[in-house]
Design a protein around this ligand. Structure first.
Ligand code: LIP
Length: 278
């Protein structure tokens, strides 16, 4: 049984996913309606946090841990649970794409992942400005507002790449630009939207095919990678898998063939080595 958003009914000893979806949508309404937020920085001028981020993380921590008693909460704005703290762990970015949000660019996301025994279990990504919800529970498919979604079957030459240039740590930017320079003649085009959660979710509905970012935090990608995998996509890291317990490179694609070609191009630059301590 599913609700109008395609959220599957819960199995025994799972959270009520219909309630979780309602909490995420309510958090989106709060973000969309917050016009009086303040903006500050976290270390560098590029790394912003708004009062809306902080308020929404507090709301989501309270509501999600109440909806699943005993669950732990890992959030971007200071809730530092680890994946081993509980059987169930929420990994949350209250506003992914904070810079876009702070400037009124309607491309950002509330990103909520649920991990079980340190493995991806469910993901919810909401664009609060478009009121569009992407969701998935492991093994039960991926949905966009109740409609099943699936990655595209475009080949590498026809692919759109979403990427970024590590604006929070610009010492890593040169390698990222080099990857774009290598890929550009081999693919269709490049996008830089500024919200990993939304860009990976757009891949899940077939709007894009490739994603590369050298340094993402778990809350940026955990929900959307869960949705992407349920939509038929795939992902990996550099010299190993994506890490969900700290900063990690993320490479993602609509097919294993395209992921291999993406990894080949990335490793022409990084040679299988992550250029920072995770
Ligand atoms: C953002 C990521 C995005 C990255 C931005 C930023 P935030 O997350 O989703 O992919 O390129 O620099 O890190 O910080 O806005 O939640």
């Amino acid at each position: 049984m599913m609700n109008s958003d395609g959220i599957p009914g819960s199995m025994p000893n799972e959270p009520d996913f219909v309630s979780i979806e309602r909490i995420v949508r309510e958090s989106g309404r709060r973000v969309r309606g917050n016009h009086a937020f303040t903006v500050s920085t976290k270390g560098s001028v590029e790394n912003l946090v708004t009062s809306a981020d902080l308020e929404n993380e507090r709301f989501l921590r309270s509501e999600l841990t109440a909806a699943l008693p005993g669950s732990a909460f890992m959030g971007e704005e200071g809730d530092e649970a680890s994946l081993s703290d509980s059987e169930w762990v929420w990994i949350v970015d209250p506003i992914d794409g904070t810079t876009n949000f702070s400037r009124g660019i309607p491309m950002c996301a509330v990103s909520v992942a649920l991990f079980r025994n340190a493995e991806p279990y469910a993901g919810f990504v909401l664009n609060p400005f478009m009121d569009v919800m992407y969701s998935a529970v492991r093994g039960r498919g991926a949905f966009k507002d109740g409609n099943p979604i699936h990655v595209s079957d475009r080949d590498f030459k026809s692919s759109l790449l979403s990427t970024a240039y590590c604006c929070y740590e610009k010492s890593l930017a040169e390698g990222c630009f080099r990857v774009s320079e290598i890929l550009y003649p081999r693919i269709n085009d490049i996008r830089r939207i500024g919200t990993a959660a939304l860009e990976l979710s757009l891949m899940a509905e077939g709007a894009g095919e490739l994603y590369f970012e050298i340094r993402l935090s778990p809350w940026d990608h955990a929900a959307a990678l869960t949705i992407l995998a349920e939509a038929g996509g795939c992902y990996t890291g550099i010299g190993g898998d994506v890490r969900f317990d700290g900063p990690s490179p993320v490479l993602a694609a609509n097919s294993e063939e395209n992921l291999a070609l993406l990894s080949e191009a990335v490793n022409e630059v990084y040679r299988g080595r992550v250029p920072y301590r995770s």
